[in-house]
Design a protein around this ligand. Structure first.
Ligand SMILES: NC(=O)C1=CN([C@@H]2O[C@H](COP(=O)(O)OP(=O)(O)OC[C@H]3O[C@@H](n4cnc5c(N)ncnc54)[C@H](OP(=O)(O)O)[C@@H]3O)[C@@H](O)[C@H]2O)C=CC1
Ligand SMILES: N[C@@H](CC=O)C(=O)O
Ligand code: NA
Length: 354
């Protein structure tokens, strides 16, 4: 163990934080201690420890008190999509515990929570890093923060922000060649590949994209009150909209989705009749404070139409860069690339904490 060990409290062992994927796997850094894992960073041990799984987990307040009692600086790593845990970040931060997370909920909920998270971090001299909340491990937030911190003016952000929706449309309606794939079958595939949110309806209803745009807009200086404060186009069939948000609701949704394949086929065919492809995109216009999320047609030779797999493409238009945007492109979903974003953030926090 290093001279100044840093203590990690890790919550959530799922697709991103898998037992087979050690935290900081290939990193030359060592000397971290998983707060109740032995050996350090062993997810399998952690997930089998009753106090670390969901049913036996300590309430957030107790977890924060426990971590604050560590004989060194501590970091909460939240690998869940739990809004309640996210709402307790201020409790951790005020106690000096830094937060590293791919969980979008806390940063895209009420603006008051966003403000409280960052004021609590300042109060507790703690750090908050959440790179994987947009574009998974792609350097999206770090790029935007660097542009803003160096005095550039961001005027517009646009692109494809969902790995799941990118994969769905790239597979279902490719720009070159043709596909006979049914929409529901591709949704199942995206879920199996670990691209979707724990509840895939959060991808299909546009809320995942809306949350990402809310985070980007706030970092660009816009005070977006909530992710549902602007229009969002949903791809959930109306007949399935009222299924419960439970595990049973997810399973009913997946079972019944094939009944509605013709609806998505019609959307694909309508674009095809104009010689185009349909894609799910988002944009933020900073001057007019307009945020848009939904379907749009694209020429088949455009960059967005030509994306592959789960790729995101995010263009930052700024005063400094003029008409040619800064573009970040690459896989925007999947356990491994998301875990990389979490590990990158951990390394940054470990370097900056003293
Ligand atoms: N997968 C991806 O490509 C990306 C994911 N993310 C984000 O990463 C996070 C994790 O995603 P992913 O790993 O795919 O999701 P999973 O559903 O695979 O994993 C989340 C895990 O957290 C557990 N969990 C939920 N709430 C709690 C809690 N309060 N206490 C303890 N454990 C809890 C879940 O248990 P249970 O199953 O019992 O509910 C589950 O095992 C999400 O916030 C997601 O939005 C971000 C970018 C990309
Ligand atoms: N479900 C999300 C995962 C990453 O944020 C997506 O598909 O983009
Ligand atoms: Na990112």
């Amino acid at each position: 163990m290093s001279a100044n060990p840093i203590y990690l409290g890790v919550v959530g062992v799922g697709g991103v934080a898998r037992p087979s994927r050690p935290l900081l796997a290939d990193s030359p850094r060592s000397g971290t201690g998983l707060f109740a894992g032995d050996p350090p960073g062993d997810w399998a041990t952690a997930s089998a420890t009753p106090s670390l799984n969901k049913t036996g987990a300590l309430p957030a307040e107790e977890m924060a008190t426990y971590l604050a009692s560590a004989p060194g600086r501590a970091i909460l790593v939240d690998n869940t999509s739990d809004i309640n845990l996210a709402r307790s970040y201020p409790t951790f931060l005020k106690k000096g515990i830094s937060v590293v997370t791919p969980n979008k909920k806390g940063f895209s909920d009420d603006l008051s929570l966003w403000k409280e998270i960052f004021s609590s971090a300042a109060q507790g001299k703690a750090l908050v890093y959440h790179e994987s909340t947009v574009g998974a491990g792609l350097p999206v937030l770090s790029t935007l923060k660097d542009l803003v911190a160096t005095g550039d003016k961001v005027t517009r952000i646009e692109g494809v922000f969902s790995g799941t929706l990118s994969f769905l449309f790239n597979t279902f309606a490719p720009a070159s060649g043709s596909s006979n794939a049914q929409w529901s079958a591709v949704v199942t595939q995206a879920k199996e590949l670990g691209y979707t949110e724990p509840d895939p309806r959060d991808d299909l209803n546009g809320m995942d994209v809306a949350r990402k745009l809310t985070i980007l807009a706030r970092l660009a200086g816009l005070e977006v009150s909530r992710p549902d404060s602007f229009p969002i186009e949903s791809l959930i069939p109306a007949e399935l909209a009222s299924l419960p948000s439970s595990a049973d609701g997810i399973s009913q949704f997946m079972t019944r989705l094939p009944e509605f394949d013709a609806q998505m086929a019609n959307i694909k065919d309508a674009a095809e009749k104009e010689g185009k492809v349909v894609r799910y995109v988002g944009s933020i216009d900073v001057a007019s404070k307009a945020v848009k999320v939904g379907l749009q047609y694209f020429d088949k030779d455009s960059a967005i139409a030509g994306l592959k797999g789960s790729d995101n493409i995010i263009s930052f238009y700024t005063k400094r860069y003029g008409a040619n945007p800064v573009i970040v492109q690459g896989a925007g979903a999947g356990g491994e690339v998301t875990a990389m974003g979490v590990s990158t953030d951990l390394l940054k926090v470990m370097e900056r904490l003293h």
